[in-house]
Design a protein around this ligand. Sequence first.
Ligand SMILES: Cc1ncc(COP(=O)(O)O)c(C=O)c1O
Length: 499
Amino acid sequence: MPRKAKIVEIPAIGELDRPAGQLSLQLAKALKKAIQRGELKSGDLLPSTRTLSAALKLARGTVIEAFEQLTAEGFFDAVRGSGTRVAVQLPAGEIHQPDSESRDKNDAPPLSAQAERYAHAASRITTLQPVPFAVSVPAGPTLPDDIWRRIGNRIRAKGPGAPSGYHIPAGALPLREAIAEYVRKSRSVHCSAQQVIVTAGTQQGLYLSTQVLLDSADKAWVEDPAYHGITSIFESTGRSTQMIRVPLDEEGLDVNRGIELFAAAKAAFVTPSHQYPVGMPMSMSRRLALIDWSKAQQSWIVEDDYDSELRYEGHPFPSLQGLAPERVVYLGTFSKILFPSLRIGYVVVPEKLVDAYCGARMLIDRHAPIADQYVLAAFMEEGHLDRHIRRMRSVYAEKRAVMITAIRQFFEPELAWLQPGDQGMHMVLWLNPALDDKKVVNHAIAAGISVRAVSPMFSPHLARPGLILGLGGFSDQQIIAAVIKLAEVIRQQLRKIND
Ligand SMILES: Cc1ncc(COP(=O)(O)O)c(C=O)c1O
């Protein structure tokens, strides 16, 4: 039997009725009840009779008597040398019924409208199985597991990342310094470490930004289509009417259209390096137009720069933040370049916003766990991140080429076609307009392929069917086999429509 921690307290015993006497019988009954209610489970190691008698302030003989009785009845197993456990085979009819199963769920109070909205968000933002073409599955050969483990062991054993007291909300200074240097060099972001706030990923940066930048009557521009993670924040926090969806053209967010729709928005949420989901970068003239608008309106720009490290051809645009550091909130993440379960990202905020973001952060969870922040800081300072990104770029470029070739080979042009692009960890496969991408997703999942539908990322009147295909984590053979299978799934769907 696997080792189990000893139970040191058994609250279910409750108060014994001392004046009523027969304490060993009362104790045996209370323990039996705890087993029947599932509070003590088969195999649980009980406290020693000495510990229990001291805790209950009973004579040890009384406790021994109760234990002996339960052992005789088959509720306890006394194992020489390793104490007493709740029996693995309980007497028939005594198997526990968890309370939760017998309770009527309708007894619980009704859900608030807010709870309903959060529950809806949970059903929309799901984690896909790590099979082709799930996004953000790190590619095995590029994973820096050994280095990460080595630095982690070193820092957790001795370093400042070992458990300590509360920290400031902005996060560990060495990491903030490393991030400030990294974004300055790689993305032309203008900032000091004081402007960097470590977050639990970009998702939290988006959430913080909606909380901090917008009063309840303010409106914000959000791209159309956009990442579910931002639209769902507005929708699930009762702010749907604050969201002005602004369409794209081939240069990215259509600023003139945004001005026509609602010029006085207080913020614009954009993905200028690699529009999510479609993939185009925002042109320089569009960037300048967006900044001009934000100056004229005294509005903020929130730049979600989620995967700009992975550019395969040409020269990357510098960040929007570098063009207007006083009005752009820059969001970065290690989810794409390292691994999503790390849950470390950052916001770089104009100085004026530092206190507000720190305050909001404090109210959510005080600060991100600190130990891994020191590990990441050392990983960056020792040059591992730069090396890792270089390696990743070449591995992902190869995977991307395999995927493009396979799609060209196995898809008829009227079935589906790829959105051109040269960046990132995913591609968009547009589907024949007759198809329903949500249905295709369900059939693909049934066939063992993880894809996401693009149409729900649009506002309904602009929706087009498409699929998001992630690049990472899969061998060339897996990618080719999944492309063939996906083509067949889509072909079948189209046949059904045409028949
Ligand atoms: C556009 C975009 N923004 C933000 C995120 C969230 O990233 P994180 O894991 O850092 O919360 C993602 C994740 O896929 C994304 O695609």
